[in-house]
Design a protein around this ligand. Structure first.
Ligand SMILES: [Zn+2]
Length: 109
């Protein structure tokens, strides 16, 4: 199974300990980062980011679609993306995970 890698410390993230955060101001969404959730041992969440979604939720099809809908709704309201690459990197990790999950499901039949 593919592994999630923390954008801050570079170590593996278990699905239950990951979080996607980003910064939203009046007209932009930026700095998408997939990291470990803050805990007594780790402080990977970027302080400047003011929006978040649990990685666990994002790995579920409905949670993933909810996030895509959130982005589409923001774009409709005139928001724009400041650094597309950060979002692309996060989506790549998610897509690989979902893809492998689907393969596992179909192999069972
Ligand atoms: Zn980390």
């Amino acid at each position: 199974m593919s592994r999630f890698v923390c954008d801050v410390c570079g170590k593996e993230i278990a699905v239950h300990e990951g979080i996607l955060t980003w910064a939203r101001d009046e007209e932009t969404l930026s700095n998408f980062m997939l990291t470990h959730q803050n805990s007594p041992e780790r402080k990977c969440q970027p302080k400047e980011n003011n929006r978040y979604k649990d990685l666990y939720t994002l790995t579920m099809i409905n949670g993933y679609m909810e996030f895509i809908n959130y982005l589409v709704d923001r774009w409709e309201s005139g928001f724009y993306l400041k650094d597309v690459e950060s979002l692309k990197k996060v989506l790549e990790q998610l897509n690989l995970h979902m893809h492998e999950k689907l393969i596992l499901l179909t192999e069972d039949e």
